[in-house]
Design a protein around this ligand. Structure first.
Ligand code: PA5
Length: 424
């Protein structure tokens, strides 16, 4: 069980001496993080959250899940950014059929999407989970107005109350006021955990439990990550190596990180990662631009640029060792398509050769790359990977010299939008 980092295709770009030279900066970042002496130190609740997460909360949510699964056919999860991406990323990564399907709202302002959600409420027995830390974000607030009205048309009294769950701040914000006024069941997002670091809080745990995810394994994976990546010694901490390597490459002009996976179930993990890294590091005129591809699909669209375009990119692959299902390639009697060379092999073996060929070709073409390999695509490993990336961006951001825990830039468009909307 676990996650490994392979750096073979970095060699001519990142030397052992380059990595060693990062040790003092990494150790300082580690101290600042663990002693809470760095920038943004009031948002470090996520660092030891895995070991602080009570088993009783996990058990309570598993019981709630049984109750909701007994009376509902679908979940509507309302939220955006950190209150949306971790939920979707986990469910898509795990694949298969959840016990309850999850429909998303409040992550855009599409009238078409939201009207489909309203139709769904009319047709099916649903439970709504509305998630907003601030309780004031435009997209989920407007979506919840519409969804809450539709719920009230269909349900009332105790029936309504058992079907609307709010996840928000303990005291502040409009959603807290609504939950208290309406008597909706609510769960608290800790003050000291920012949105993009909140997947292990009730933000992720409530909807994932209702959908039927093994949240105990997810929490265990986070706990494994907390232990595994606690060592301040760069040579013994792959998470810190990842953070250091990113900064070395950035200083050498590689200002775009392409996260690439040969597994389509990783697509929303890359979306979650883009928010985490983009919002944490992109500030003060600095920051690596996080981008993503799903291969081999995108080799047929982005492959040319990756191989041969502007050489300002490095790549991080996410691979999976053992899959839950295999397909064996049949033999063709006349070998018309000349693929009998792989007949009898598992398709995933071919997929893994495609990865090896791509990593090598991109390296030769001027794109240094590294690879994170997960043993399995299960709840434990995604939990550990989330912690890897959360700690990775904290260390990387501190090395870069930014506060990884604020997002002042996202206010600029909001001010202009609120002026246009006439919002006080
Ligand atoms: O990382 C962040 O803080 C943001 O992306 C938020 O998660 C996002 O804006 C949603 O905020 P809220 O949960 O307050 O509605």
């Amino acid at each position: 069980m676990g996650i490994s980092l392979n750096t073979d295709f970095l060699k001519s770009y990142v030397s052992d001496a380059d990595i060693k030279a990062q040790s003092p900066a990494v150790e300082k970042a580690h101290r600042d993080l663990h002693n809470k002496t760095g920038a943004g130190n009031d948002f470090l609740g996520w660092v030891d959250l895995p070991s602080r997460t009570p088993n009783a909360l996990v058990a309570e949510l598993m019981t709630l899940a049984l109750e909701v699964q007994a009376h509902s056919e679908a979940i509507i999860s309302i939220g955006i950014g950190g209150s949306y991406l971790g939920i979707r990323s986990t469910l898509e990564f795990l694949g298969g059929q959840p016990k309850l399907p999850v429909y998303y709202a409040g992550h855009n302002m599409s009238s078409v999407d939201l009207s489909r959600i309203v139709e769904l409420i009319a047709r099916k027995k649903v439970t709504v989970v509305v998630i907003s830390k601030s309780g004031a974000t435009t997209e989920p607030a407007l979506a919840f107005r519409v969804v809450d009205a539709a719920m009230k048309q269909k349900y009332n009294g105790a029936e309504l109350k058992k079907r609307v769950i709010c996840v928000t701040d303990e005291k502040k914000g409009a959603l807290r006021q609504i939950a208290d006024k309406e008597g909706y069941r609510s769960y608290v997002i800790p003050d000291d955990v920012g949105g993009r670091f909140s997947v292990l809080t009730p933000v992720g745990l409530v909807p994932l439990a209702l959908a039927g995810v093994d949240i105990k394994a997810l929490v265990d994976g986070f706990r494994a990550g907390e232990q595994e990546y606690a060592n301040s010694d760069l040579t013994r901490n792959s998470c810190y190596q990842y953070a250091a390597i990113r900064n070395i490459l950035y200083k050498k002009g590689k200002c775009i990180e392409m996260m690439a996976s040969f597994y389509p179930n990783v697509q929303y993990v890359t979306e979650w990662w883009k928010q985490l890294y983009g919002e944490s590091e992109g500030k003060g005129g600095r920051g690596i631009f996080p981008a993503s591809t799903i291969l081999s699909t995108d080799l047929h669209s982005m492959g040319q640029l990756m191989q041969d375009g502007m050489r300002n990119i490095f790549e991080t692959f996410v691979m999976i060792n053992t899959l839950e299902a295999q397909v064996v390639i049949p033999t063709l009697a006349d070998d018309t398509d000349k693929f009998n060379c792989v007949a009898g092999k598992e398709l995933d073996w071919v997929n893994k050769q495609a990865y090896k060929a791509t990593a090598d070709a991109h390296y030769e073409g001027g794109v240094p790359n590294m690879c994170l390999t997960l043993d399995r695509a299960d709840a434990f490993h995604i939990g550990q990977l989330y912690y890897f990336f959360e700690k990775g961006v904290a260390i990387s951001g501190y090395i870069l010299g930014v506060n990884p825990f604020d997002q002042p830039g996202v206010e600029a468009y909001k001010k202009k939008m609120f002026a246009l909307l006439g919002k006080k």
